[in-house]
Ligand binder design. Structure first.
Ligand SMILES: Cc1cc2nc3c(=O)[nH]c(=O)nc-3n(C[C@H](O)[C@H](O)[C@H](O)COP(=O)(O)OP(=O)(O)OC[C@H]3O[C@@H](n4cnc5c(N)ncnc54)[C@H](O)[C@@H]3O)c2cc1C
Length: 478
């Protein structure tokens, strides 16, 4: 019997697992995919938003501003890629100026630090490549950029090292209340717990309806992106937004922590698992980007992708204990700024749970993590690292300068990657210009050797999506 079961291994579920790992509790996270952070958490704009968008006095506003501060500390402690570069909302006319003034007012009410309006001269000094039609901008220095999937995996790794459990490829099918505990039925059997937390992203409505009357409904909204090559790095220095509209924050142009430029998203209603990119969607993104940054070179795109917002048509997140099902908690309808808010939501839910459970501190709590990243080492550090472990002397991913040593280390970390995409998210191998064209066969070889499994059993992402099916030629010398 577990104390707490968390359903969903996105950034919200993993943040809660980490937060709870500070206490001596039996906690289990159940995720239906083959890796954590592989839902909406892996496909978004990757911005730690400052917090001027949410309506004042909402949970969303509080979690956004608190989460923004927490992320900076978490990223330093857990060695997660993060840069506080600030954001600009660009205004083109008097109507935009009015909405920027409203955003400034909301930002001040929400407690966003140092937020202010900048006029043309200062704006063009900050961003020489934005449209010369811009007249002013809202500047929020506390906005940052982050590696979103790492925020999930780093917290999950520390939590598991500290004693928490994760079951992957385990889909929750139904939930039943028995006297004073819950039985969670999955495709891998039953699990029991005193408390349940629903952090199932776009499926949070279906999970909620397993135990309580329907009170919200997710309308999934997809957002498509271009990811530009590192050659375009420098076109903008901060996160560049247009003024927000009814569709959301608008199409942004921003550096990423990996040195690329991200451009997007659009917004349209789709099915829950529809991450397809379309000509229409990408054209919308292109037009939006050209309006704020006219010289942007979208031909330098190395990847298009789409993420799905868990939109319940509400101005706020659904966070807290169910009104009808005692012991069942929702972290539901977590659309943007959910990535930024996740650590603050987790802290709040953990406090609600701790008010019900008498838990002592966990003596094995792992609060920090340090990862070896060859790309960012000095010459002397590289030489020393190779001396200690010669696998660090073999570059596997040439685009991102990822070594065999890093891949081997990742395969043996507390939440090991088991697919090619999961390795990419842990160490960035395959994330560069060639998108794995050169390194994928080498990564498969290393995975096969280290995990003692056949290459034909290693999927791209989920079971069934295999990359190699067998040999086309006999091995030479045999
Ligand atoms: C286009 C776009 C741009 C965004 N940009 C930003 C941004 O820049 N900044 C920001 O702060 N936020 C942003 N967001 C929002 C942010 O990405 C999400 O709020 C956040 O990732 C949600 O995390 P989650 O853990 O709730 O959901 P998810 O990451 O989707 O995790 C939910 C998990 O639950 C699992 N699951 C579902 N059903 C079951 C089941 N039955 N059994 C077991 N497991 C199940 C899923 O497989 C999934 O892994 C953006 C979102 C989108 C779509």
């Amino acid at each position: 019997m577990e104390d707490i079961i968390i359903i969903g291994g996105g950034v919200c579920g993993c943040s809660l697992l980490y937060e709870l790992s500070q206490y001596d509790l039996k906690t289990l996270l159940i995720e239906k995919k083959s890796d954590i952070g592989a839902g909406t958490t892996k496909a978004n704009s990757a911005i730690a938003h400052a917090g001027y968008d949410p309506e004042p006095n909402t949970k969303m506003a509080k979690y956004n501003v608190d989460g923004n501060k927490m992320i900076e500390i978490l990223c330093a402690n857990l060695d997660i890629a993060y840069k506080k570069i600030g954001s600009l909302v660009i205004g083109f006319d008097d109507t935009d100026r009015k909405s920027i003034e409203k955003l400034l007012d909301k930002g001040k009410k929400n407690g966003v630090p140092d937020i202010r309006i900048v006029e043309k001269d200062e704006l063009f000094k900050m961003e020489p490549n934005i449209s010369k039609d811009a007249v002013c901008a809202l500047y929020a220095p506390s906005a940052g950029i982050i590696s979103p999937w790492e925020l999930a995996s780093a917290q999950a790794e520390c939590a598991v090292e500290g004693g928490a459990k994760i079951e992957l490829e385990t889909e929750v099918l139904s939930i039943k209340k028995e006297k004073d505990f819950w039985t969670v039925q999955t495709n891998q059997g039953d699990f029991k717990a005193k408390y349940i937390v629903n952090a199932a992203g776009v499926n949070s409505d279906s999970i909620s309806q397993m135990v309580e009357p329907q009170f919200f409904n997710i309308t999934p909204k997809s957002g498509e992106y271009f990811l530009l090559d590192t050659t375009e790095n420098g076109i903008v220095n901060k996160v560049i937004f247009p003024c927000p509209s009814a569709l959301g924050k608008g199409i942004l142009v921003s550096p990423t922590v990996h040195g690329n430029i991200i451009v997007g998203p659009d917004s349209k209603t789709v099915e829950k698992d529809d991450t397809e990119c379309t000509i229409k969607g990408l054209q919308t993104v292109r037009q939006g980007a050209l309006r704020t940054v006219p010289s942007i070179n979208l031909r330098a795109s190395i990847r298009n992708f789409a993420g799905i917002r868990a939109d319940a048509g509400l101005e706020d997140f659904i966070v807290g204990e169910s009104k009808t099902a005692e012991g069942f908690f929702n972290i539901a309808a977590i659309k943007s700024p959910g990535l930024t808010s996740a650590p603050a939501i987790a802290k709040d839910i953990a406090q609600m749970l701790l008010a019900k459970i008498d838990a002592k501190p966990n003596p094995n709590f792992v609060s920090k993590r340090k990862i070896k990243r060859f790309k960012y080492m000095s010459g002397a550090e590289r030489a020393q690292t190779i001396k200690e472990n010669p696998h660090y002397g073999t570059i596997v991913c040439r685009c991102e300068t990822v070594t065999e040593g890093e891949i081997i280390d990742a395969l043996h970390r507390p939440v090991p990657p088991r697919s090619l995409d999961a390795v990419k998210r842990r160490v960035t191998a395959g994330m560069g210009r060639c998108q794995g064209g050169f390194c994928a066969p080498r990564v498969l070889e290393i995975m096969s050797r280290e995990l003692k499994i056949k290459q034909t059993d290693i999927p791209l992402d989920e079971k069934g999506a295999y990359i190699v099916t067998g040999r086309t030629k006999k091995e030479s010398g045999g």
